[in-house]
Design a binder for this molecule. Sequence first.
Ligand SMILES: Cc1cc2nc3c(=O)[nH]c(=O)nc-3n(C[C@H](O)[C@H](O)[C@H](O)COP(=O)(O)O)c2cc1C
Length: 210
Amino acid sequence: MDVVNALQWRYACKKMSGAPVAEEKIEKILEAIRLAPTSMGFQPLTVLVIKDVGLRKKILPIANNQAQVVDCSHLLVFCTWDQFTPAQVEAYMQLIMDTRGVSAESISGFKRGLESLLGNRSIEENREWAARQAYLAFGVGLTAAATEGVDATPMEGFKPLELDAMLELDKKGLRSVVMLPLGQRDEANDWLLKLPKVRRSADQFFIHYE
Ligand SMILES: Cc1cc2nc3c(=O)[nH]c(=O)nc-3n(C[C@H](O)[C@H](O)[C@H](O)COP(=O)(O)O)c2cc1C
């Protein structure tokens, strides 16, 4: 589907049917998310892909009883890395060297740049920076879902600290940021489906300098 048509078609699905989404479509959406750009390419995020219905039922109250968490096919939870460590930077440098066949010396300036970027900021500033990267990947996922004809609900309406505790994300060094249930709309029972999109006009939205 053309991207603009896909974005017209999509909406924040309020009622999902419970039908499974084909794994090939899920794989495409996940791959789009993995390919999302991040600042300095550091990818300070990890995405949980939760198919387990029992686990999703436990998440339901943490997500303010938003039924899409259970009625979806796959629940994606975008998490950021809790803290940044020299080992993560080393692993990233190694990945660049392996992928591009370049030497450590040739990327030493880039490495220093990343180290000073991370080192000059507080833990909280780094977390906010990582969350921005997670939101970017989330947006790519939302768009990819639409182009695949897969319904989704962008979802901030949950209690991250409770979810982190329930999933013991601290043991993985992660913090949840935003969720994305993927599924199929329940056409007969979704009140939002028939309502037109509310967006400011292009005149109001853009300022052109020509
Ligand atoms: C970051 C983010 C968080 C959101 N959280 C929720 C949510 O928790 N529950 C929900 O039903 N909709 C949620 N929404 C949906 C928005 O209300 C919706 O995207 C917006 O009104 C635009 O409508 P549309 O997505 O149907 O075009 C969220 C959207 C975004 C982008």
